[in-house]
Structures are given as structure tokens and as C-alpha cells.
Ligand binder design. Structure first.
Ligand code: ACO
Length: 428
């Protein structure tokens, strides 16, 4: 006999056998539990999806208690060690590592889509000089929908593939243009002789030199950071991508919506907040007072805690190792001493131990980004570029899943019962 959950409804005394598969029951199986024929049936109440699986996925595996993260079965540590971001993007979207020929074709197709339509530049020029780069990125990705109306054809795999090349190819260009706009610098066009991250650094930092040569250590460090940020299963932004995509909206507006979800300080916006927090603390001797403030509930320790990880975030560990290599080139970021001491104190403190609060991916990433010359405002954009491949993988999987339909949660209505309208003149 298959595994079953036996439920007895104390209201009726009836017993139900609900099948258990893959450690879950189907919420729709609860609907049969009714007190009368016209009863809607039982539903589950789960604000913030704390215990609800919204899909079956084969992309990313996380064991939050053990601190394990795998893309398509491959441990994140091995991918960070031996792979490149573009190879990981291929893996996430296609399910398998590419052969050399497949990789070369993939890289070529992405690189020939790095240019933006010239009108996009005009559009971006309209932003105020101090516009936040994430606001610019969200709006510009969304605007791509108007340049590529063919993207509406979401049921055509060829069209989806083309939009995938365009999105992965153009994301760094949009991000770099947003940065250059913010700095008042002329836009730099892509150099497709360079690697994905090398070209991104070129578009950000090239000044008057004829050819930009990225520092190989920084180029590789950025590639590793991109690998670490590429996907993280059903997080807030992936859920937004799937939810928007479920209405059959095109992938540009869906990606813009996912990026908007990422922007928030409780999600990808945390890396920016960590840096501001470290600056506010200012010196190691002020850490105990700050920890007291966190424990009193006045502020949160940004870059700490995670809905899924109740152990050290494996990405934070890899970033910490990468930081040492970056600092050999850029010089040590003095904020690192504050971060290391903050982590040491927090990991020994009962408040953090009891709540299983460990450093997450954002705790150390900002310190590296700052050392590499990125302004704090641009940190979340650096997250959005690589996460684009994860969003696309999630979107593809959702579109190919015959069980998926337009996302539409239930609610428990506790508002006013029926009452009659009162004209304004009679409302006292
Ligand atoms: N600092 C202090 N206390 C915290 C923190 C924190 N960073 N995170 C959680 N807590 C406490 C909460 O106050 C709560 O305590 P209580 O039980 O006494 O009320 C308990 O830990 C559980 O916290 P929740 O908010 O219920 O946990 P949830 O899973 O909803 O939140 C989140 C996860 C949003 C990541 C949270 O830990 C947080 O705000 N962290 C700081 C922001 C951050 O770093 N976000 C980046 C996450 S990684 C990413 O998205 C890429």
C-alpha cells in the first residue's frame, strides 16, 4: 500500500486517506473534506508559503539544515571551482552540462545578443542622474518587451530560446549602461572578444584606452560570484517569475517583475544594506553595541538569516575564500575586519544560535564588490545579472509542466458580511 495520511475530521467523524508522495500531500486532496455538500472543503492556510511546495522542480536542490546547494545535482563548490557562469547558465536551463561544441554555440549565441537597440540608450538617458541602478534595470528590461514583440510567442520553444539569448546577453549591457549613466560617463559597447564577465568589466570601467584588459583575478572572481548567484530554487524572485509567467506574459516583463522582487532589502537588496550597516558600525569596538540593538529588535543584522538555510550558507563560505584572492589585487577592504568580528560574535551569541541565524550570501558579497570598485547602489544589479539564467530556467520548467496553470492562491475571507450600500449623502 502506498504511504497515506489518515485524517479524521472531528466535525463529522469521517476519516480520509490522503496519499503521500515525495513527502507531500496534494492540497487539492483536502478539498474532499467537507461538513456538507455545499461546503467548499478544507484548504490549507500558509502565508508566505512557509510550508507549501508550489511546483515540482529538477533545477536546484537545497538542504538548509546541512548547508547544501546543488544545481542539477552538481555541488555548488565544484561548480564554483571548475565551471564558468555561462556554462552554469547552460546547465540550469538545459539540465545537463554542455559538450564543448554545445558550449561554443551557446556562448556565441549569447555574445551576438549583447548589443541594445540604440533607442534603449535614449530611453535610459531619460533617467535622473541619481536614479537607482535597480530602478533603471527593472524598467529597461521591461522595456525590452516593446522592442521584441515576438517574445509574446511563449509557446514556441525557438522563440523562447531566442529571448533567452537576448536576456542573458543584454542584462550586463543594461547594468553597465545604468552604471555609466549614474557616473555621467559615455556608454561603452560590448567587446565580444572578452569573456562574459570580462566584457561586463569592460563596459563598466573602460575609459579612453583602445582596448580594455580585465584583471584575470577580478574577472574570475566575478565569474564565481555569478555562479553562486545563478539560482536558488523557489525564492521570492523566482516565485515572482513563475507567477507572472503563469499568465503567459512575455519573459521580459516577467524578468522585470522578478528583478523588482529581488530589489527588496529582505532579498537581493540585502547586499547593499550590509555595506551600509558595516559603514554605520564603523569600527570593531562598536560591534557589541550594534549586536545589542539587533537583539532588542530595533534593527536586523543584514546578511544574516535565511528562510531555508538554518546552517552556514555554502555560498557565503565560497565568497569568503574568493575575497582573499580579490584583496590581493585590490588591497584589503577595511570593512572585512568589522564583518569577520561581527560574524564571530554573532555565531557565539545565544540570540543567533537559538534562531539558527548564520551569514547568508549577501554578508560578504558587498565587501568584494566594493573592493572591485562597484558603488553600493549597484550591488543588487550584480545579483540580477546572473540570477537571470535561474529565472529563465524556472520559467521554462513552469511552461513545460502540464500541471501548472495561472498562479492564483486561495484566501480566507474574514471581511464584512453582506451589507447594503449607503449613498454618501446619508453617511453622517
Ligand atoms: N537579524 C536579527 N534577527 C533576525 C534576523 C536578522 N537578520 N533574521 C531573522 N531574525 C529573527 C527574527 O526576528 C525572528 O525572531 P523571533 O522568533 O524572536 O521573532 C526569527 O529570527 C525568525 O525570523 P523570520 O523573520 O521569521 O525569518 P524568515 O524566514 O521570515 O526571514 C529573512 C528570513 C527575511 C532572510 C530574515 O532572516 C532577514 O530579514 N534577514 C536579513 C535580511 C537578509 O540578509 N536578506 C537576504 C537573504 S538571502 C537572499 O535573499 C539572497
Amino acid at each position: 500500500m502506498s504511504d497515506q495520511l489518515k485524517i479524521t475530521d472531528s466535525r463529522t467523524g469521517k476519516t480520509y486517506d490522503i496519499p503521500i508522495k515525495d513527502g507531500a500531500i496534494r492540497a487539492m486532496d483536502l478539498r474532499q473534506i467537507k461538513v456538507s455538500d455545499d461546503d467548499f472543503g478544507i484548504k490549507s492556510y500558509d502565508p508566505a508559503f512557509k510550508n507549501t511546495a508550489s511546483c515540482i522542480s529538477r533545477i536546484t536542490y537545497i538542504d538548509g539544515d546541512k548547508g547544501i546547494l546543488r544545481y542539477r545535482g552538481y555541488p555548488i563548490e565544484q561548480l564554483a571551482e571548475g565551471s564558468t557562469y555561462l556554462e552554469v547558465a547552460y546547465l540550469l536551463i538545459n539540465g545537463e552540462l554542455p559538450t564543448r561544441a554545445q558550449y561554443e554555440e551557446w556562448e556565441h549565441n549569447i555574445k551576438i545578443h549583447t548589443l541594445l537597440h540604440e533607442n534603449t540608450k535614449k530611453f535610459m538617458d531619460g533617467f535622473h542622474h541619481d536614479a537607482h541602478p535597480m530602478g533603471m534595470l527593472v524598467s529597461t528590461v521591461s522595456a525590452l518587451s516593446t522592442f521584441y514583440p515576438d517574445a509574446k510567442n511563449i509557446s514556441d520553444p525557438e522563440s523562447r530560446r531566442l529571448q533567452t539569448y537576448r536576456l542573458i546577453g543584454k542584462m550586463p549591457t543594461i547594468a553597465a549602461f545604468a552604471y555609466r549613466h549614474m557616473m555621467g560617463l559615455p556608454y561603452i559597447y560590448p567587446d565580444n572578444e572578452l569573456s562574459y564577465t570580462g566584457n561586463f568589466l569592460n563596459m563598466l570601467y573602460r575609459m579612453t584606452e583602445r582596448e580594455y584588459k580585465p584583471d584575470p583575478v577580478l574577472e574570475r572572481a566575478l565569474d564565481i560570484l555569478f555562479i553562486l548567484h545563478a539560482d536558488h530554487e523557489q525564492n521570492c524572485s523566482a516565485n515572482a517569475m513563475r507567477s507572472i509567467g503563469s499568465s503567459q506574459a512575455d519573459p521580459y516583463v516577467a524578468t522585470a517583475g522578478a528583478a523588482a522582487a529581488l530589489y527588496g532589502p529582505l532579498h537581493g537588496g540585502a547586499n547593499e544594506k550590509v555595506l551600509r550597516m558595516l559603514n554605520e558600525i564603523g569600527s570593531v569596538d562598536r560591534i557589541p553595541a550594534y549586536i545589542d540593538k539587533v537583539k532588542s529588535g530595533a534593527v536586523r543584522l543584514m546578511g544574516f538569516g535565511h528562510r531555508i538555510y538554518k546552517n552556514y550558507d555554502p555560498r557565503a563560505r565560497i565568497i569568503k575564500q574568493t575575497a582573499d584572492k580579490v584583496f590581493e589585487v585590490t588591497g584589503r577592504n577595511p570593512l572585512l575586519d568589522i564583518a569577520l568580528e561581527l560574524e564571530r560574535i554573532a555565531l557565539e551569541d545565544d540570540y543567533f544560535i537559538e534562531r539558527k541565524l548564520y551569514p547568508n550570501v549577501d554578508f560578504y558579497s558587498g565587501i568584494i564588490y566594493q573592493a572591485m570598485g562597484f558603488p553600493t547602489d549597484a550591488f543588487t544589479v550584480l545579483f540580477a545579472i546572473p540570477r537571470t539564467s535561474g529565472w529563465i530556467a524556472q520559467w521554462e520548467e513552469m511552461l513545460n509542466d502540464s500541471e501548472q496553470k495561472i498562479a492564483r492562491p486561495q484566501q480566507i475571507y474574514l471581511g464584512a458580511d453582506k451589507r447594503d450600500f449607503i449613498p454618501m449623502s446619508d453617511r453622517g
